[in-house]
Design a protein around this ligand. Sequence first.
Ligand code: ARG
Ligand code: ZN
Length: 878
Amino acid sequence: MYRNTPHPVFLRDYQPPEFLIDRVDLRFELDPERTSVEARLQVRRNPAATRGDGSLRLHGEQLDLEQVSMNDRLLTPADYRVDAESLTLLRVPDRFGLMTRVRIHPSLNTALEGLYQSGDMLCTQCEAEGFRRITYFLDRPDVMACYGTTLVADRRRFPVLLSNGNRVESRDLPDGRHLVRWEDPFPKPSYLFALIAGDLSAVEDGYTTASGRAVELKIYVEPHNLDKCDHAMRSLKKAMRWDEERFGREYDLDVFMIVAVSHFNMGAMENKGLNVFNDKYVLARPDTATDADFEGIEGVIAHEYFHNWTGNRITCRDWFQLSLKEGFTVYRDQEFSADMGSRGVKRINDVRLLRAHQFPEDGGPMAHPVRPESYIEINNFYTATVYQKGAEVVRMQANLLGPERFRQATDLYFERHDGQAVTTDDFVRCMEAASGRDLGQFRRWYDQAGTPELSIQADDDADDGTYTLTIRQHTPPTPGQPVKMPFHIPLAIGLLGPDGQDLPTRLADEPSATAPGTRVLELREAEQRFRFTGLPVRPVPSLLRGFPAPVKLRFAYSDDELLFLMAHDSDGFNRWDAAQTLLQRLLLALVADPEVGIPDQFFAAFRRALLDSSSDRALLAEVLTLPSESYLGDQMEVVDIDGIHHAHTMLGRHIGERLGEDLLRVYRDNGETGPYVFTPQASGRRALKNLALGYLMWAGDARALGDCQSQFAAAHNMTDVMAALRLLVDHGGAEGAQALDEFYRRWSRESLVLDKWFSVQATSPRPDTLARVIQLMGHSDFSLRNPNRVRSLVGAFCNANPVRFHAANGGGYRFLADCVLELDPLNPQIASRLLKAMIHWRRFDHDRQTLMRAEIARILAIEELSKDAFEVASKALE
Ligand code: ARG
Ligand code: ZN
């Protein structure tokens, strides 16, 4: 069927590199059509490696080789071999200088890996294996070198020339060209190399580190975006301060640069001293960006900055260790955001994300451990498992150690491994060394895939005041891992008395009383019993407080107990989770029987929560948000797409009808009063207000339609404009069409805002959405070459519009497969990521299964399919 079946790489085959490269001097003659790259490498045999056959194989793809010389002697084709993926020097000494000169073609690079053109600028993306598309090299993270980079380009076209480290030279050359030389004193792996050339302007600021070093901060953007950088700059300075205070980490160069690029495969990239960003995570003005955008920017700016220590100073030995830097850095950015905003709401959103993306991944055909054991294409493994579950695994260790010990452990990690390329095991060893704890069993979190399911059973004995929790853990099989060993799971729990107060949690074998509150049980066995004593009444257990482990919980709560927890639990996360469980129950009951009545006590509880003025509005908005349709689907044996959509709409409408007056009051009481500010309080008000408006619109409330239109017309912030636009579009009719036209006229030249215009249409549950999406694919502002645009239309439709994407006639599936096939030759990373929207086909009914399988098979039948798409498609059908 396909010509060459790509082969997987295995962790167990890891070998240290036979050669090391200590220094690299690069010289680029930049031109979008034809760039020349000259590389001078100082190579030596690695004393720690086993000797090979005396040859050196360098990675290189899509390079036109012009010249090779060794120790200044020109080599002839008899001295080396070149194929599509490498350059092999047949006999090399133990230490030598190597020079290669190649030509590359940035303007033809649609994969956006290596050196490519974005608008009028040239930029790079090297992680994971993009550097080999720039020059021949040992393109693996355990080869760390010092880089000197000379950039030569036309001065008018490319006045700004940037690379890693410090600028050490800058001068004009004849013919209108100029030259800038950069020197990065820190050894780094090739994936952290970056260069930028363009006509850019910078917002500049400064920062003084705790030890008194002055750092220049620069955010480079296209000139018309200079007014959208304030929030990013503020976020950067906050992140720098926070990392000093929380982790004792200071910045280490004289300058820190961020560049915003409009064509970017991922969120952003932590290149040493020169972070390159998808402009979506830099640019924000109150009238162009929503609260969610402001939040995303703060988090991603921090994430990339934090990589300077967790990723750059200490990097990964090989790509199986990706979570070493990503899991830890996500944990760090989560903690940062929790400290900047509301900790409770941050936790809720992180868990929502984990449940929405990582749990399904763990239960599907691409399930893999946090430290994968094999891959065909590493770009397919920048996943929710490596990032978000990886962060949970770090969080569990932080919680097991406690804050002081954890800080000692991270200090030790930074001291012990600075300048090295290490493994997740090295990280755990530091946790063990600093705490004296044995994390042997805990390590299974790194190498067993799958989400553990905890079934908990409670028994009480009124006579002797004991209460017993019997906890069973079971992890379902995943591809290649049929049988799982028990995990070491920290479980934070509390016991509530009838007045809603926390009771003491004293275990039967403990000599003295414990203080009331949360305590952590450590589960290690497949089945374990915890017997609590001294309980005068049967408590209501508050299980998994703060979500202490990435597990699924089964416990037979009654509705009354959930209502009780929702009202009284001292743990904010569990108040939210109780409400979600209750809503989920109600919705699934409606799916099973659309005629089932909604109990009055539900509306009473909803109303009590809604009118609770003491409560934080952001948290309230989370509590009162219905679980998403796709999350509800994940809870079913067989996903009932239409039943879920119907139940969702029905419950939303009932809430809007029954609580109309209250919702309207909440809506009107929480209006904007002054200029936009991005604070947890202000964004909480907006979230609650727009949630209320949504329920009213669901109910078809005539007053709400007018409110929606005036909010759309009058709002000065994008959060309120988008909330209103979404509701108007979903409402349809002349009102929706008019709002879309107006929005387009106002914003068609702001690409990030225009993305919102595409995605609000793509995610509408209206019946004609697929037809509209197909029509929009032909819109003059649509382009398959821009990943943000593809995500805003195709990605949004396939991932965030279950009822239309999974239409029973298979139209959504055909549309996705067509897009994947068109995109794959251009940009395999984006194509393969889109394709993942279809890999959970086994979760659906027989007819949909057949339709999806056929589309995946159609993709797999293509001979020239990329490794990326091949891996996803073939694993999906395995
Ligand atoms: N290291 C980047 C980050 O997490 C992501 C780069 C992803 N690159 C890729 N080719 N998949 O911030
Ligand atoms: Zn990262």
